[in-house]
Design a protein around this ligand. Structure first.
Ligand code: FES
Ligand SMILES: [Fe+2]
Length: 397
């Protein structure tokens, strides 16, 4: 159980707070390349800051403040130019560094500047960095760089703190209950038979490594000498990514802090290309909104949605002064310890865990060892699994 001050320390994403400053040491995806192809100017919000993402007519990317320096109209209405973004109201124009470079109705252009941040494209996504200069390298995680995989991106906006998603990832045993017992309860309410009876967890453990934590589980029926769920595990990339998968199938779930009470959940799934299959030219993106039942509860007919239910079901920011962490929460305790140590490193002017500055580490990409066999899922699946698939309301982009 945390004190009120400790709980706030974990939940606040604003600049000049311990967590806000820590979070500003990392790059985050803020939109998909495919979304900017559809509309080259987009409002985005990251770490409580409202911003404007744009691509000018020469293809240069910009991430600048939300509002025009003249009379503060939103620059989300801006018009891309050869030399930047032109405000819709009176035509002041901004370059990708936030400088005003044109004031059409004035005798001269005043030397004004609005905030601007670096942005880079990688793996079908546009990544932003809001921290102090010099920006670290954008980590070239394998899943975004390898072209021998077929990839797709799924984006969901969540009305809750990013940290609730991470707590869930550090808590392997929930799989048995949330996805087994509760999932089957949802099925029973839909008049359908049970679809998942997961194997029991015999033990869980956690190891700290260079980029975060490996979580490991041993299930009933698995051999501790050979099961990669136990011998390798699957990694949490500090501070906001869950990496899953194995040699031929892998995924990232990224919990991007929009602000204290909202999260952009960006997932990328990748499967090895079939023999003779050409690499993708573009990575497709779809939006997958949270669905609610008539009583305002998250509708959770399959695993992804059950996790969303758990994150949102804790409230926008869970009250950590009231929780009672127990033995199965040891991964959460370890993660909080790393967060606190990293906040202290930032306060001392040091780079926290996982910040990449050495180009050699980034080339050709950062390979992540993954040992997920999905046995908790595979061993428990019933012949009825798949009775309820993706919700029908998915909007495809
Ligand atoms: S408000 Fe932007 S140019 Fe006037
Ligand atoms: Fe889960």
């Amino acid at each position: 159980m945390l004190t009120k001050e400790e709980a706030e320390r974990f939940s606040c994403t604003d600049r000049e707070t311990s967590m806000g400053e820590l979070l500003r040491r990392y790059w985050y995806p803020v939109a998909a390349v495919a979304e900017l192809d559809e509309d080259p100017v987009r409002p985005v919000r990251l770490l409580g800051e409202d911003l404007t993402l744009f691509r000018d007519q020469r293809g240069r990317l910009g991430l600048i403040g939300e509002r025009c320096a003249h009379r503060a109209i939103s620059l989300a209405y801006g018009i891309p130019q050869d030399n930047g973004l032109r405000c819709a109201y009176h035509g002041w124009t901004y370059d990708t560094e936030g400088h005003v470079i044109d004031m059409p109705f004035e005798p001269a252009c005043l030397p004004l500047k609005i905030p601007a941040y670096p942005v880079q494209a990688m793996g079908g996504l546009l990544w932003a960095y809001l921290g102090p200069a010099p920006a670290p390298l954008l980590p070239r995680w394998d899943i975004f760089v390898r072209e021998d995989f077929r990839r797709e991106i799924r984006i969901t906006e969540l009305p809750c703190s990013w940290l609730q998603c991470m707590d869930n990832s550090l808590d392997p045993v929930h799989f048995e209950h949330l996805h087994g017992v509760y999932g089957n309860f949802v099925m029973s309410k839909l008049g359908k038979p049970p679809m998942l009876t997961p194997a029991r967890h015999l033990k869980v453990d956690f190891d700290v490594w260079e980029y975060g934590i490996y979580k490991r589980r041993l299930l009933e029926g698995q051999d501790p000498q050979t099961s990669t769920d136990w011998t390798v595990g699957h990694p949490i990339l500090f501070p906001y990514i869950l990496a899953q998968g194995g040699a031929d199938q892998m995924s990232f779930q990224m919990r991007i802090p929009t602000d204290d009470t909202n999260t952009l959940h960006v997932c990328i799934n990748a499967n090895r290309l079939d023999p003779g299959e050409a690499p993708q030219e573009t990575i497709p993106v779809r939006h997958d909104p949270v669905e609610y039942d008539a009583l305002g509860r998250v509708f959770a007919p399959h695993i992804v949605k059950q996790d969303e239910m758990a994150w949102i079901g804790q409230g926008t920011v869970t009250d950590r002064t009231q929780e009672h962490l127990v033995t199965s929460d040891k991964g959460i305790l370890l993660f909080r310890k790393l967060l606190l140590e990293s906040m202290e490193q930032v306060a001392r002017g040091e780079d926290p865990m996982g910040v990449v500055r050495d180009p050699a580490k980034n080339e050709p990409y950062i390979r992540i060892e993954r040992g997920s066999t999905y046995a908790a899922f595979r061993q428990g699946i019933t012949e009825n699994y798949g009775g309820v698939r993706e919700p029908a309301t998915v909007t495809r982009y």
